[in-house]
Design a protein around this ligand. Structure first.
Ligand SMILES: [Zn+2]
Ligand SMILES: [Zn+2]
Ligand SMILES: [Zn+2]
Ligand SMILES: [Zn+2]
Length: 379
């Protein structure tokens, strides 16, 4: 449980004040003891490690609110919550999944990013209460994505399979077409174990952010933003960047992230009452007028829990440059389309109580949490 790569709320470091946890990328590790669901990973890209092995999202759970196409899996964080904080023990294991629409036409609209919450009590049908035993289980079961058939393309619950070979499972006709085009057509009905992912995989390392301090400011940023007269001179000369340099929110964003320029995620431990680090002024003011809606399942307020940082896109694209769409490594093919997504920051608010998701004794559902995306500047 107390693994360093997990987003568990930090223990009582109250002297530190409000400290945020930062997510940094590290290379993906195929070892199931590191990256499979049995290790409760925080990870980016690749295929989701479903916590609930027999209850994985269906296609209808992960659709874009704008174009109605399937969203792609972007990242997941393991963020269990203490029963003392939330008043129940159903979030002993807790996973948050971020999905994103890669249709470029959608990024000016709403609901093109979705976050699902999944959780389990300490006693559950899938995992031992002992962390080491789970790792052993992961090793025995190999990849063990789920205990039901999942789509070879997107890893969601499968509802059909290839009629010819009867070995390839799909969530939808759409995914079957992807598989067919990217190679199954050439080899069906012979055996092929190839699966796909959209974003290249990484693991997420979670560590505490250094407290904000003047000494951490990089000289170049101090120079750019401390001297107002100089700033105004620059503005007179370069009108196109005026809005950028005058956006105080963006200045703060840059300053704060310059302490750790590689951060791809910021996590606010429960009870620390941290604010999101907004990317820009403009959209924020628009959003401020509309409150974060309470949890639709229990009525409790939602609180800011984490945000995805734009640096993530840089790292993903760098990784993609080293490979290309349809390229196969081991048994996995990349499907990433270049330059298809762009955002300033994705801010996620979750139910304060992380309320129960149990429908009955055997079945629970995925809660849809609230997401605000600030778009990137259009230069
Ligand atoms: Zn869309
Ligand atoms: Zn699919
Ligand atoms: Zn087939
Ligand atoms: Zn709730």
């Amino acid at each position: 449980m107390a693994e360093s790569s997990h987003c568990s709320p930090s223990s009582s470091d109250s002297e530190q004040g409000s400290s945020c946890l930062l997510g940094l990328l590290k290379p993906f590790n195929e070892d199931p003891r590191v990256s499979s669901r049995f290790a409760f990973p925080c990870k980016v890209g690749g295929r989701p490690a479903w916590l609930e092995a027999k209850n994985v999202p269906k296609r209808s759970d992960v659709l874009c609110g704008t174009c109605s196409q399937r969203l792609e899996f972007l990242l997941q964080i393991y963020a269990p919550l203490d029963s003392e904080i939330i008043g129940h023990d159903e979030a002993f294991h807790r996973m948050l999944y971020v999905f994103y629409c890669v249709n470029p036409a959608c990024t000016k609209e709403k609901e093109y990013c979705s976050v699902l919450r999944s959780q389990l009590s300490a006693e559950n049908p899938f995992y031992s209460i002992d962390f080491e035993s789970n790792l052993l289980l992961g090793l025995q079961k190999g990849c063990g994505e789920a205990e039901i058939n999942v789509c070879v393309v997107c890893c969601q619950a499968a509802s059909s399979f290839c009629g010819k070979c009867r070995r390839r499972y799909y969530c939808s006709r759409e995914c079957q077409v992807v598989d067919w085009r990217l190679g199954h057509r050439d080899i069906c009905p012979s055996t092929d174990n190839c699966i796909y992912y959209y974003f290249p995989p990484f693991l997420l390392d979670i560590s505490e952010e250094e407290p904000e301090s003047v000494s951490h400011q990089s000289p170049s940023i101090e120079k750019t933003f401390s001297d107002d007269e100089e700033l105004e001179d620059i503005e007179k000369e370069t009108t196109s960047t005026t809005t950028v340099t005058r956006d105080k929110i963006f200045e703060r964003f840059q300053l704060r992230t310059s302490q750790e320029p590689n951060q791809v995620l910021r996590y606010a431990p429960r009870g620390e009452c941290l604010e999101p680090l907004w990317f820009r002024e403009e959209k924020r003011i628009l959003d401020e007028s509309s409150e974060v809606p309470p949890c639709p399942y229990c009525g409790e307020p939602r609180v800011f829990e984490f945000q995805v940082m734009p640096q993530l896109l840089y790292f993903l694209e760098e990784k993609v440059k080293q490979s290309s769409c349809g390229e196969r490594t081991n048994d996995v093919k990349l499907r990433y389309m270049k330059n298809s997504i762009e955002f300033g920051t994705i801010v996620v608010y979750t139910c304060r109580k992380s309320c129960s998701l149990k429908k009955d004794e055997h079945f629970s559902f995925y809660a849809k949490e609230f997401v605000r995306v600030q778009d990137a500047f259009s230069y």
